[in-house]
Ligand binder design. Structure first.
Ligand SMILES: [Fe+2]
Ligand SMILES: [Fe+2]
Length: 407
C-alpha cells in the first residue's frame, strides 16, 4: 500500500468510462498548478443512481490504469470499487483520512460539477473536510464560475481554487455520441486505452447491460465489488470480459442475462485461493470422490468457486452453481447457461487462439451445440500439444455435442 501520510492528495473521481485525453490533461494540469504531492484517480464503484449503466469496474479500472501510464505522482485507487454500497465522496474522504492520515485532500472537479455542487451528498460536511479545485477550460464562462464559487464559499465555508487546462476538444456530449454509435475512440483516449477498448469490444457489447433490470444491475455491481479482493487485476479483466460476452450470448438464447453476467464475474474467483483450499472446496462441492480424483490441480477452481459462493451467499440455484463448477471441463449434461459460460470463458474477446472466430460465429448464429463441439476439439488439440490428458467430463461433453451418447 502506498503511504500517503502527511501528503497533500488530489482526489480525482469519476466513472472513467472510458478514461479519455481530457482526464489525463486535467491530471497533468493539476499537478503543474496546484501544490499536490500525488493525484489519486478513483473509479466509481456504485453510482448513486442505480438506473445508470456503466461498464464493469474491472474494465474501467484497467482503462484508468492504462490512461495514466507514464505520469509520475499519479496512482489509481480501487477504494470505492471495493467498498460495498453507493459511493459518496464525503464517505470516501473520511475513509481516506482514517486510513492514510494525509495532510490535506483537494478534490479535483470539472466546472460542471461546481455548478451542480448543491446536489452533492452532505455538501456542507464535505466542504469542511476538503478543498475544491475546479478546472477552468478555455471555453468556460469564467464569470459564471467565479460567481458560483463565491456563493458556494459563502454558503458552505468551502475553500475553492481554480486551475486551468487547454480548451478541451472533448465534451462529454461528444463521448456520449460516440458511445451511442459504438464508435471510434481514436484521438479521444490515450492509445493504450483505445487498444484496450477495441480488443475487448467494450462498447459494442455494452448494450447488453441495459437489458438487465435496475435491481439486478445493482446486484451485479455488488457481486463484482465482493469478488474484487479475491483475484488479481488481470483475472478481473478476464472475468469482466467473460461476463460481458456471456451476457451477449444469454441475450441470444433467451437465458437470464443477469445470471450469465454474474456467472462470468464469479467463475474464476477461487483460482487464486491456495491449492489445498481449492481442493477442499471442490471435494465438498462434487461430493463424489471418484469424480474429484479425475480433476487435475488446474481444474479445481471451478467446483471450488461454486462451493465458496454457495457457502458465502446462501441459497443459489444449482444451474448457476453447476455452470461455474464445470466451466473449465464442460460435461455431458449441461444447461444452456452452462454452455454459455463454458464458451464465453474460451472465446470472450480477451482470448486468442486458432479457430476463435469460427466458434464465435457458431455461438452467435444460434448453433450453441456446434460451437461446443468445435471449442472442445480446439481444447483437445491444445491439450495434446501440451501432453496433458483430457478430463473424462470433457470427453463426455464432446460425445454429446459430436452427436454420440453422453454418460
Ligand atoms: Fe477458469
Ligand atoms: Fe476463466
Amino acid at each position: 500500500m502506498i503511504d500517503f501520510e502527511g501528503k497533500h492528495i488530489g482526489l480525482f473521481g469519476g466513472t472513467f468510462d472510458p478514461f479519455h485525453n481530457a482526464h489525463r490533461q486535467l491530471i497533468v494540469s493539476a499537478l503543474e498548478q496546484l501544490p499536490l504531492d500525488v493525484v489519486l484517480v478513483m473509479p466509481l464503484g456504485q453510482a448513486p443512481h442505480k438506473k445508470r449503466r456503466i461498464s464493469l469496474a474491472a474494465h474501467r479500472y484497467e482503462m484508468a490504469r492504462l490512461g495514466i501510464d507514464g505520469l509520475s505522482r499519479v496512482v489509481v485507487s480501487d477504494d470505492e470499487i471495493r467498498t460495498p454500497g453507493v459511493d459518496y465522496t464525503y464517505e470516501t474522504i473520511l475513509r481516506l483520512k482514517e486510513q492514510h492520515c494525509p495532510a490535506a485532500i483537494t478534490v479535483l472537479v470539472g466546472s460542471d460539477v461546481l455548478l451542480s455542487i448543491d446536489s452533492w451528498y452532505r455538501v456542507k460536511d464535505l466542504m469542511g473536510e476538503i478543498s475544491l479545485a475546479v478546472v477552468r477550460r478555455g471555453d468556460d464562462d469564467i464569470k459564471v464560475l467565479e460567481n458560483k464559487a463565491e456563493e458556494t464559499a459563502a454558503r458552505y465555508g468551502a475553500k475553492i481554487v481554480f486551475f486551468d487546462m487547454p480548451p478541451s476538444m472533448l465534451a462529454s456530449s461528444d463521448l456520449r455520441r460516440i458511445h451511442e454509435n459504438q464508435g471510434d475512440f481514436r484521438d479521444k483516449c490515450p492509445d493504450s486505452v483505445v487498444a484496450f477498448i477495441e480488443r475487448h469490444r467494450l462498447y459494442s457489447l455494452s448494450p447488453v447491460y441495459s437489458m438487465v433490470d435496475d435491481d439486478d444491475w445493482e446486484r451485479l455491481v455488488a457481486l463484482e465489488g465482493w469478488s474484487w479482493r479475491f483475484i488479481s487485476q488481470e483475472r478481473r479483466v478476464h472475468s469482466a470480459s467473460v461476463a460481458q460476452y456471456a451476457g451477449k450470448l444469454a441475450s441470444l438464447y433467451e437465458v437470464d442475462i443477469w445470471k450469465a453476467i454474474a456467472a462470468g464475474l464469479l467463475h474464476d474467483m477461487a483460482k487464486e485461493f491456495p491449492l489445498e483450499e481449492q481442493k477442499d472446496l471442490a471435494r465438498q462441492y462434487l461430493d463424489d470422490e471418484t469424480l474429484f480424483l479425475t480433476l487435475s490441480d488446474d481444474l479445481m477452481h471451478g467446483p471450488a468457486a461454486a462451493k465458496f459462493i454457495s457457502k458465502t451467499c446462501g441459497k443459489c440455484e444449482v444451474e448457476f452453481l453447476d455452470a461455474i463448477a464445470f466451466h473449465s471441463t464442460g460435461r455431458g449434461d449441461m444447461s444452456v447457461l452452462g454452455q454459455i459460460l463454458f464458451l464465453a470463458d474460451k472465446i470472450a474477446f480477451d482470448r486468442t487462439f486458432r479457430r476463435l472466430d469460427a466458434i464465435r460465429s457458431l455461438a452467435e448464429d444460434g448453433n450453441l451445440d456446434d460451437a461446443m463441439k468445435l471449442c472442445l476439439e480446439e481444447i483437445f488439440t491444445a491439450l495434446k500439444y501440451s501432453g496433458v490428458e483430457v478430463n473424462s467430463l470433457s470427453l463426455n461433453a464432446y460425445r454429446k455435442y459430436a452427436g454420440g451418447a453422453s454418460s
